[in-house]
Design a protein around this ligand. Structure first.
Ligand code: F1P
Length: 352
């Protein structure tokens, strides 16, 4: 297949080595968690823009799902600025995700946080950015530059680093040990296998282009919802077609009316609390004649792309973004679009 977009593909191909590099930052990440706990942080705010907001959403999952007494709030940076900045105070910790560390809204939230005495951390792959002036901890994740405009390697790496941070925080509060680094070789091997088998994903994407499919609905529950959002955005910003993301079982409450249209329903069906509910929905959608693309590590059938199987549900769903990134790349290439230069997109939004 002719390669249109060298830069973005190269970024994706670097995700396996990025897993290793992120793992090397564990001690630094753990020390940030220790500072936060030492400060008595129990109100955690997560923020970012675009893909980085979805990354922040997934990063917050361990604090939301584990039985610990904390407040967890996940908001786009713009919404904090416009509606919720009065909630920030010295009792809060703010974790911002930003590939560039230069996004206007995210910088402004960090400035507000600084004025209000918030303990703030930014997770970024940019070693030098203005965010450094407004945070207490600058979590620089050294995975090399991202060549493309759409976030791929950076999304994966910053989210993985953020999950090491929040799992460390949960462990320190609950007294439990979460050994997330022991699972990184499994994650790395999974991503390597997906990348080696990428032609299969490219031809699947091409087959949908040939069927004239221009509507995709991404469904995910629990930690898979941010990945549904990111998978939806990746396809949208790369190919300009109509995509949306929903909490999986919400599909029955209205959107199911679209079944019958020429669309693909992408079902993230990771092992965990939601598995059987989402699997039941998947079977229903098949019986209704939908095109369904399922991502799972269980009950693998002809419609299923396998995802990683680690001890952590949030890592398993994070692994699913790699086939979805490759799918977006393959769909865009089949349309003859250059994902390296997506229409109207900029690498950094510097004003709002
Ligand atoms: C955030 C962001 C990206 C998006 C585009 C514009 O950037 O919205 O999510 O893909 O590149 O910027 P950042 O704050 O992560 O640098």
């Amino acid at each position: 297949m002719r390669i249109y977009s060298e830069k973005t593909l190269k970024d994706i191909l670097e995700i396996p080595i990025s897993v290793e590099n992120v793992g090397k930052t564990f001690n630094v990440v753990k020390s940030v968690a220790e500072i936060m706990i030492g400060k008595g942080c129990r109100q955690f705010y997560f923020t970012g823009c675009g893909s980085s907001y979805y990354s922040a959403m997934l990063i917050s999952f361990p604090l939301l799902v584990e039985d610990i007494d904390v407040g967890v709030y996940v908001l786009p940076s713009s919404e904090i600025i416009m509606y919720y900045s009065n909630r920030l105070s010295k009792d809060c910790c703010l974790i911002a995700v930003s590939r560039s560390g230069e996004t206007a809204e995210t910088l402004d939230v960090l400035k507000i946080g600084r004025e209000k005495g918030v303990f703030s951390v930014v997770i970024t792959i940019n070693e030098k950015s203005r965010a450094r002036n407004y945070v207490d901890s600058y979590l620089y994740i050294d995975v090399g530059i991202e060549r493309g405009v759409v976030m791929t390697k950076s999304f994966f790496s910053m989210t993985l680093a953020g999950l090491m941070l929040t799992r460390s925080i949960v462990g320190m509060i609950s007294g439990k040990i979460y050994d997330i680094t022991s699972q990184l070789p499994i994650l790395k091997e999974y991503v390597e296998n997906v990348i080696n088998g990428r032609e299969k994903i490219f031809s699947l994407a091409r087959s949908y282009v040939e069927k004239g499919v221009k509507r995709f609905v991404f469904l995910g529950s629990g930690p898979a919802y941010p990945i549904a959002l990111e998978g939806s955005l990746k396809l949208k910003e790369s190919t300009y077609i109509a995509t949306e993301a929903l909490h999986a079982l919400e599909f029955r409450h209205g959107p199911i009316a679209t079944v019958g249209e020429n669309q693909v329903i992408v079902v993230l069906n990771q092992d965990g609390e939601s598995y059987s509910y989402v699997y039941k929905l998947y079977k229903e959608l098949l019986s209704m004649g939908s095109y369904v693309l399922r991502l799972s590590s269980r009950d693998v059938d002809e419609n299923t792309i396998t995802i990683a199987r680690t001890d952590f549900e949030e890592l398993n769903v994070l692994s699913a973004i790699v086939p979805l990134q490759l799918f977006a790349y393959g769909y865009a290439s089949a349309l003859g679009l250059d994902i390296d230069n997506p229409r109207n997109l900029v690498e950094v939004v510097r004003q709002y």
